[in-house]
Design a protein around this ligand. Structure first.
Ligand SMILES: NC(=O)c1ccc[n+]([C@@H]2O[C@H](COP(=O)([O-])OP(=O)(O)OC[C@H]3O[C@@H](n4cnc5c(N)ncnc54)[C@H](O)[C@@H]3O)[C@@H](O)[C@H]2O)c1
Length: 329
């Protein structure tokens, strides 16, 4: 599909972008990893890192790393292998590097460079997020690998932070864990407001958002940062990233015997929230039996997986997707 100039999934604006970029000759697709690695200077690993009992499942990452290493075996020129997938600290200079070096029969340094370049885009606004990033985080093993990435992103006009591989890995989790924390903080307060006659968290948050530290005033105009949309009552976070990233960070901490009482609470509040929302809806309409339930949100576009994730065991088989901020629903 990509070779024909078609986007293989829906994302606003992607059809046109893929068509134009393929027509210009700047983008092609192949399943021949050997040819791809030999014709390029950098390989970005952007495969899935799904949740497996809390930990991230690295099978796609190690398979991709081994494939790239095998392709590098016969390559004489310098090549940078970079991880774009969200992985816990120590993955890039651990399992990824080991798999690449073993399959390539070469060492990191003169033949191979190593980077970790976390991705911050959100599905639904992926193109805009990617094209106009807040920042680009480049985790690099050495100055030579970092220079290759600086060139790759030279046309992007935003702060570029060059850090260690592990700090780059951490930055992604720190960002997503903060977003999840704000959502659970809001939902914990929402539950309290719901139990308090006359209180309403939407109204409370309208007042809270006007704190100038949250919405500064510049040239007489109030700026309303996107972060405020995470400080609203909702049915909780869901989607493909926040639940698995919070779980992975907690599992990473458990492995290191570091307690994470705050992240544990973030997850616990989120787990309970869909039920509270369903309970409220049920109380208001007098039960779901025999009712048609409309579901708003892009959760539907990815099929049943995301809906099923939040399926409530309910005699009528009612599903409530969570995790979409109220402004996205
Ligand atoms: N989707 C997002 O909004 C988003 C945002 C930031 C970071 N991330 C991270 O990016 C990574 C990928 O996420 P996604 O949503 O694109 O996942 P995805 O599962 O939708 O896509 C991963 C793709 O990799 C392919 N793949 C697996 N193994 C491969 C291999 N050996 N060679 C070639 N292709 C292979 C799969 O077939 C699949 O098409 C994850 O680590 C995720 O956490 C995703």
């Amino acid at each position: 599909m990509i070779r024909r100039g078609e986007a293989p999934f829906f994302e606003p604006g992607l059809d046109k972008l893929v068509a134009e970029t393929v027509a210009s000759g700047a983008l092609t697709a192949t399943v021949d990893l050997h040819a791809a690695v030999n014709a390029t200077d950098v390989t970005l690993i952007a495969v899935g890192t799904p949740d497996h009992d809390g930990h991230i499942d690295l099978s796609q990452i190690t398979a991709a790393s081994t494939g790239i290493g095998e392709a590098l075996r016969s390559k004489t020129a310098y090549h940078v292998v970079a991880v774009k997938s969200t992985v816990v600290p120590g993955t890039t200079d651990g399992p990824v590097l080991r798999a690449v070096e073993k399959a390539a029969g070469k060492q990191l340094g003169s033949d191979i460079g190593l980077c970790m370049n976390p991705e911050f885009l959100r599905e639904g606004t992926a193109i805009e997020d990617f094209m106009t990033p807040d920042r680009i985080v480049i985790g690099a093993n050495d100055a030579r690998s970092a220079a290759v990435f600086a060139k790759l992103y030279e046309k992007f006009d935003c702060p570029k932070v060059v850090v260690s591989l592990r700090n780059a890995e951490f930055t992604k989790y720190a960002s997503n864990a903060l977003l999840a924390t704000l959502i659970s903080y809001s939902n914990e307060l929402a539950g309290l407001c719901e139990a308090t006659p006359g209180a309403d968290l939407e109204t409370v948050m309208d007042g809270l958002h006007l704190d100038k530290r949250l919405s500064p005033v510049s040239a007489g105009q109030r700026i309303r940062p996107g972060i405020l949309s995470y400080l609203r009552p909702s049915s909780g976070y869901g989607g493909s990233c926040l639940p698995k990233d919070v779980a992975a960070l907690r599992a990473f901490a458990r492995d290191k015997r570091v307690a994470t009482p705050m992240l544990d609470a973030v997850a616990a509040v989120n787990d309970r929230r869909p039920d509270s929302v369903l309970d409220m809806a049920e109380a208001r309409i007098g039960g779901f039996r025999g009712r048609k339930v409309g579901v708003r949100g892009t959760g539907l576009q990815v099929g049943n997986r995301r809906l099923a994730l939040f399926a409530r065991r309910d005699p009528c088989g009612t599903y409530l997707p969570t995790g979409w901020r109220s402004d996205r629903l």
